[in-house]
Design a protein around this ligand. Structure first.
Ligand code: AMP
Ligand code: ZN
Ligand code: FE
Ligand code: FE
Length: 285
């Protein structure tokens, strides 16, 4: 069984529709895929339909943008109730903040580059959660950089003069809201130091005390020695361990199934979700 629980579609910063993602996963020999767009569940319905057509297992999820003591933290929420008002309202607020923040970044960029909001919206999917990847794509379309990665390494760097941080919720609040919505929380790429600062061990302990359910240990952005530290931490606290690709279509080099989750850990995740009222089911395909 190949289980890949973290992938993006054009409802955030991936490049495929949910049905294209599910179809490709099926062709690539993936058995269970997780759809985890940033701050939205808009892709769930088409993904479910496609999973039934292709006979693929589907875990419906979302990657929530959080910030803890100034450090960006991504929390994966799996199988929560998308209509739960607690979680849905904070995510809606984050989506609004993302638009405001994109306007601010564009204002700064426009002083030096020929780019505006329309150019960004033109490269984003309808209803998509807007983020820096779309600004990157607009810079590529304008011929100012070659690739998304080049844009992140230069103009859009979080250390650069055009950067604006995204105001959003603390993961400790998000962990509670996910559980109250019947979902399961997994800390995405917890040691992705190449993206920016990572949280301290004591912050990690606070997340675990707040009810964090799992750690995304096997992810290309976690250095190999850190993965073993995370695996031990997960073992010591009876957390779920996942491994995933964080696939973004052609938006990133990550390949579907490049890291995967064990059947045992998927069962543990489904078990935790089943113990919480209100969430959605695993789709068997
Ligand atoms: P934002 O949430 O708007 O600040 O944008 C961050 C998102 O951009 C992350 O979720 C990544 O998926 C994506 N990203 C970060 N670094 C890169 C990169 N080097 N190339 C392509 N996408 C990236
Ligand atoms: Zn992304
Ligand atoms: Fe992420
Ligand atoms: Fe992601």
């Amino acid at each position: 069984m190949v289980i890949d629980l973290h992938a993006h579609t054009a409802f955030s910063d991936g490049t495929q529709s949910p049905s294209e993602l599910v179809s490709e996963a099926s062709m690539e020999g993936i058995d269970v895929v997780g759809i985890t767009d940033h701050d939205t569940t808009a892709g769930w319905a088409p993904a479910e339909e496609a999973a039934r057509v292709y006979g693929l297992g589907l875990v419906r999820g979302m990657e929530i943008s959080c910030r803890h003591e100034g450090i960006s933290v991504h929390l994966l929420s799996y199988l929560h109730d998308p209509y739960d008002t607690g979680l849905a309202s904070v995510v809606e607020e984050t989506r609004r903040s993302r638009l405001d923040r994109t306007h601010l970044i564009i204002d700064r960029l426009a002083e030096d580059y020929p780019i505006d909001m329309d150019a960004v919206l033109a490269v984003a999917g309808e209803d998509a959660t807007i983020g820096r990847p779309h600004i990157a794509d607009a810079l590529v379309a304008a011929g100012l950089v070659e690739t998304r990665s080049e844009a992140f390494a230069s103009i859009l760097s979080s250390h650069g003069k055009y950067h604006v941080t995204l105001p959003t919720i603390d993961p400790i609040t998000a962990i509670r809201l996910i559980a109250e919505a019947g979902g399961v929380s997994v800390f995405a790429h917890p040691r992705a130091a190449m993206r920016g600062l990572v949280v301290s061990d004591s912050a990690m302990a606070d997340f675990i005390a707040a009810g964090l359910d799992g750690l995304e240990v096997d992810h290309r952005d976690n250095p190999p020695n850190e993965r073993e530290i995370m695996r031990r931490l997960a073992h010591d606290h009876d957390l779920i361990v996942t491994g995933s690709s964080d696939y973004h279509g052609t938006g990133k080099p990550n390949r579907l199934g490049e890291h995967s989750t064990s059947e045992h850990m998927l069962a543990k995740l489904l078990d935790r979700a089943a113990g919480r009222p209100g969430g959605v089911e695993f789709i068997q395909g």
